[in-house]
Design a protein around this ligand. Structure first.
Ligand SMILES: NC(=O)c1ccc[n+]([C@@H]2O[C@H](COP(=O)([O-])OP(=O)(O)OC[C@H]3O[C@@H](n4cnc5c(N)ncnc54)[C@H](O)[C@@H]3O)[C@@H](O)[C@H]2O)c1
Length: 402
């Protein structure tokens, strides 16, 4: 028998998401009778404690008898229970300075940490994440910002809507002007954003058509790394080559910036990759983009206008390309920016359900099939108070030496 617990989220601002809904848990225990689940009491979770109890699960303040603890966001150091297996987004794999002490505490407390970001296939492709919901909410927020800025329509904020269905109903009420939208990426975020564009029946066009033609309807173009970067030799190789040698490429994004009104950023930006546009480029008379919905949300470097992340409470700001400073998003000279970095939190019920489906499909079986596909092995960052081999590159970071 493996005893799992759904732990309470303790980060501020409160995160209402959870790994499994009560219904999903019922499905799991039916399929895997050797799994049991206890729920740590929480007054902020999107599903109430009483809903788990009604589904037949024990809710308690004490989950210390459980072996595998499942959370979403970082667990505060003071709340870590030693000698457990934890699953959560630790935000340490890129050596994020603000979580160095957390990883150090995880090692000191002999915790086995499994991070959702490294639950991957053998080819390294991620299996689990909230990306789709970030893309869905990010694209919705993009049109909400457009409506507010240009005074052409008003849309409610997603976090006051109950679910995705209501979000789609709100989109049905708007009419877009004849804009050109460029959407970057090829993963879950980009595809989530694409779902919204397709729901709005915006026409998708190919790169050449997008760059060269005018349209009498709104259109979008979905572009990937070799569309917006070009190898220094002038001949592009493969996406894989770009991922491993980004420094051999130059940005080719300006050709899109010169014809697009809106940029929805849904790509993954790897270290050393060419930047999308600089302040200087944003200042050039040819630069046309006036709204950036930056779901990728890498601050400061790749997209000059993303000078900070924004919040669900206050999602939109303006960027003045002349000064590089923040201004009111309604100012004529401004590029409007939406850069909320916790977008899936705006849709906690759907995001939790979707996440639970993926976790059930890709991870739960691994606990009961001796991990034949190596899913758990690859995702295990720490064991016996040490970093796993795959994560030994984090040693200097944990030791405070970089
Ligand atoms: N704002 C938010 O709330 C929010 C939420 C979730 C994700 N995100 C961010 O959105 C971005 C995309 O996330 P996702 O869920 O779509 O990721 P994903 O893992 O689903 O997709 C990433 C894509 O990028 C490609 N890729 C892999 N390595 C790359 C590299 N070195 N350079 C360029 N591309 C590479 C992959 O092949 C894949 O197609 C990430 O930066 C993520 O942090 C933001």
């Amino acid at each position: 028998m493996i005893k799992f617990a759904l732990i309470k989220e303790r980060k501020t601002p409160p995160d209402r998401r959870v790994v499994f809904s009560p219904k999903k848990l019922q499905e799991i225990v039916q399929k895997f009778p050797e799994a049991s689940f206890k729920i740590e009491a929480s007054d902020i979770r999107i599903f109430k404690d009483s809903e788990y109890e009604e589904a037949g699960f024990e809710v308690s303040q004490d989950i210390s008898d459980c072996e595998v603890l499942l959370g979403v966001k970082e667990v505060p150091i003071a709340s870590l229970i030693p000698n457990k297996k934890y699953f959560f987004f630790s935000h340490t794999i890129k050596k994020q300075p603000y979580n160095r002490e957390l990883l150090e505490a995880i090692l000191k407390n002999n915790i086995d940490l499994y991070d959702y970001e490294v639950i991957v296939k053998t080819n390294g492709r991620r299996l689990i994440g909230f990306g789709r919901y970030a893309g869905l909410v990010g694209a919705y927020n993009c049109f909400r910002a457009l409506g507010l800025r240009d005074g052409i329509f008003e849309m409610p904020k997603v976090d006051i809507l109950p679910d995705l269905k209501s979000v789609l109903l709100e989109l049905d009420k708007i009419k877009l002007p004849n804009i050109k939208i460029v959407l970057t990426g090829s993963g879950k975020v980009a595809h989530g954003a694409k779902e919204i564009l397709d729901h709005l029946k915006i026409k998708q066009v190919g790169v050449e058509e997008y760059l060269n033609n005018d349209f009498n309807e709104p259109v979008y173009c979905l572009i990937d790394v070799l569309d917006y970067n070009v190898h220094k030799s002038g001949t592009n190789i493969t996406n894989k080559h770009f991922y491993s040698h980004p420094e051999e490429y130059n940005s080719n994004f300006m050709r899109f910036a010169e014809v697009s009104h809106v940029f929805i950023a849904g790509h993954f930006y790897g270290d050393g990759a060419p930047i999308f546009f600089t302040q200087e480029q944003a200042n050039s008379p040819k630069f046309k983009i006036k709204l950036v919905a930056d779901v990728s949300c890498d601050i400061g470097i790749p997209i000059a206008s993303t000078i900070r992340s924004s919040t669900i409470a206050d999602p939109i700001y303006g960027y003045d390309p002349k000064t590089g400073e923040e201004v009111d998003f309604r100012e004529k000279s401004a590029i409007t920016v939406m850069a909320v970095d916790n977008l899936p939190c705006e849709l906690p019920k759907d995001a939790s359900k979707g996440f639970g489906d993926m976790f059930m499909k890709h991870v739960i079986p691994a606990f009961f099939n001796l991990d034949i596909d190596g899913i758990l092995e690859r995702a295990k960052m720490t064991e016996n108070g040490k970093l796993a081999e795959r994560f030994s590159y984090l040693q200097n970071y944990v030791d405070g030496k970089e």
